[in-house]
Write a protein that binds this ligand. Structure first.
Ligand SMILES: [Ca+2]
Length: 84
C-alpha cells in the first residue's frame, strides 16, 4: 500500500467519523458515499445500496466499519475516482 493512499484513506476516515467513535457507522457511510458520488458525478446511492456496502465491507459483522475494514472500501472508491 503506498503511503499517499494510506494518508488519504486515514484523513477521509477521520473526516467522516463525525462522532469520533473510531468507526464509520451507517449514517457516516451515507455521507461518505453521497459525497463521493457527487465528486465522481454519478447518481447518489440509495439507502439499500449503502446498507449493502456496509454489509460487504463489515468483515466482523459489528455493523460498523473499522479503519482496517475501511482500507478495502476506500480502495474501491479510490479506483472509481481514478478511473473518472
Ligand atoms: Ca466492522
Amino acid at each position: 500500500m503506498d503511503a499517499n493512499f494510506k494518508a488519504v484513506a486515514e484523513s477521509q476516515f477521520t473526516k467522516y467519523d463525525i462522532n469520533k467513535s473510531n468507526f464509520i457507522e451507517l449514517g457516516e457511510l451515507k455521507s461518505l458515499m453521497r459525497d463521493t458520488a457527487k465528486e465522481i458525478g454519478i447518481a447518489p446511492p440509495d439507502d439499500d445500496e449503502i446498507q449493502e456496502t456496509l454489509k460487504e465491507f463489515d468483515e466482523n459483522k459489528d455493523k460498523k466499519i473499522s479503519l482496517e475494514e475501511f482500507w478495502n472500501l476506500f480502495n474501491v472508491l479510490y479506483q472509481m475516482k481514478k478511473s473518472k
